[in-house]
Design a protein around this ligand. Structure first.
Ligand code: S3P
Length: 418
């Protein structure tokens, strides 16, 4: 068995959420080409409809008639963010500063994820959000007028900085955000694309007050976090060679390519181009016989934060000791991804030590048959399906959650198997 062929990647989840939110507060019509239709992004769309946004959906596109920055309406019911952290956190910035009260709720997993990290910096803009037990959903967003300020964020989180930017659009003066380092900058790029007066780097973002956004057509690139599963699959299944077409290559997302450089994997980037401010290209990746172990941490982690489980699997297939550190944030994703990756890989016979902020993994391991569990976390489910390529007797519990970000993952993976 080997993997061979071309995958047209699913559209980027982070960029799709942002396109839905930003189009809703722009003036006029936005056509969104190639949006992600998966559970998380549909959750965002449903909430926007509750807020009075006119959304038209066809098979491959979404058309949104934006309402302007401060014209979202009152909601009759609580806004259910389901499993989606991006929906909940960006909504806090989008809805604060409006003259209504909103309630945000989420599923069991989202209700355990920390929200104070968004609410605290937003309060510096005069936002008033009340959290359950000071950190969790349900959240009540109270009516206020937001005021610009200078805010320093303690952690590199794209969700947090995006919430502040969405709130800052409603202020009358300039808001300045100081950041500890790079994290995905899709909001900054998209706000500029829609005409906002914004300047940004990895360290500082400045947004002027009284911004107006103009609706315009936008095309969503493929998701590199989904590509990561195929990248690792082709590196662990001998003789594989695949092409991942239309892959988003924004440098704040390509931490995995840095890992490929470290381990000496063979890959090529073809047809590089800029699409609506985002770098896009095709990735050719080929099975490479001799791979070196890797050590990752520090500023690289936010650039591959969602790839931690699949990179842990990769480490189990490389001779020698790999280390993943400074990734404590992976514990507060859709599940505790450090704990759950550790529990699963140990069950498969891997030599893995769990650290408070990562792992020490020594390969190469022949994966054993066992029953493993996604713990309803889509990135764990897809990682385990890649592991299953090496041992068909692995049984995965709760493997339906791929639909959160990549409903066709299993089908696409099986298309590559030759
Ligand atoms: C996301 C940012 C990251 C990432 C999440 C999506 C986004 O979270 O893990 O899957 O779309 O902004 P943090 O901002 O909390 O690091």
């Amino acid at each position: 068995m080997r993997l061979q062929g071309t995958i047209n990647l699913p559209p980027d989840k982070s960029i799709t959420h942002r396109a839905f939110f930003i189009a809703s507060i722009a003036q006029g019509r936005t056509r969104i080409i190639n949006p992600l239709f998966a559970e998380d992004t549909l959750t965002t769309l449903k909430i926007l409809a509750q807020l009075g946004v006119n959304v038209k959906k066809t098979k491959e596109e979404i058309e949104i008639n934006g309402k302007g920055i401060s014209n979202l309406r009152e909601a009759q019911k609580a806004l259910d963010c389901g499993n989606s952290g991006t929906t909940a956190r960006l909504l806090m910035g989008l809805l604060t500063g409006l003259p209504y009260e909103y309630t945000l709720i989420g599923d069991a997993s989202l209700s355990k994820r920390p929200m104070k990290r968004v609410v605290s910096p937003l309060s510096l803009l005069n936002s008033k959000i009340i959290l359950t037990n000071d950190d969790y959903l349900p959240a009540k967003i109270l009516p206020t007028t937001v005021k610009s300020n200078t805010v320093s964020l303690p952690t590199s989180s794209a969700q947090v900085k995006s919430a502040i930017m969405l709130a800052a659009l409603k202020c009358t003066e300039e808001t300045v955000l100081y950041l500890p380092g790079a994290s995905r900058n899709h909001t900054e790029l998209m706000l500029s694309y829609y005409g906002a007066d914004i300047s940004f780097s990895d360290q500082v973002i400045k947004i002027s007050g009284k911004n107006e956004l103009q609706g315009r057509e936008i095309t969503i690139p493929g998701d590199i976090s989904s590509a990561a599963f195929f990248i690792v699959a082709s590196l662990i299944v001998p003789d594989s060679e695949i092409i991942l077409s239309n892959c988003g290559l924004n440098p704040t997302r390509t931490g995995i390519l840095t890992v490929l450089n470290q381990i000496g994997a063979y890959y090529e980037i073809l047809n590089q181009r800029i699409v609506n401010n985002e770098l896009v290209g095709d990735v050719l990746i080929r099975f490479t016989k001799t791979l070196q172990p890797f050590i990752i941490g520090g500023d690289l982690i936010p650039l591959l934060i969602d790839e931690i489980p699949i990179l842990a699997l990769l480490a189990t297939q490389i001779p020698g000791t790999s280390i993943i550190k400074d990734a404590k944030d992976a514990r507060v994703k859709e599940s505790d991804r450090l704990r759950n990756t550790y529990l699963n890989l140990r069950k498969l016979g891997c030599q893995i030590e769990e650290l408070p902020d990562g792992f020490v993994i020594t390969g190469k391991t022949e994966l054993q048959s066992n029953v493993v569990d996604s713990f309803n976390d889509h990135r764990l489910s897809m990682m385990l399906k890649v592991a299953k390529l090496l041992n068909h007797n692995i049984e995965i519990l709760n493997d339906e959650c791929d639909k959160i970000s990549y409903p066709n993952f299993e089908k696409d993976l099986s298309k590559l198997v030759k």
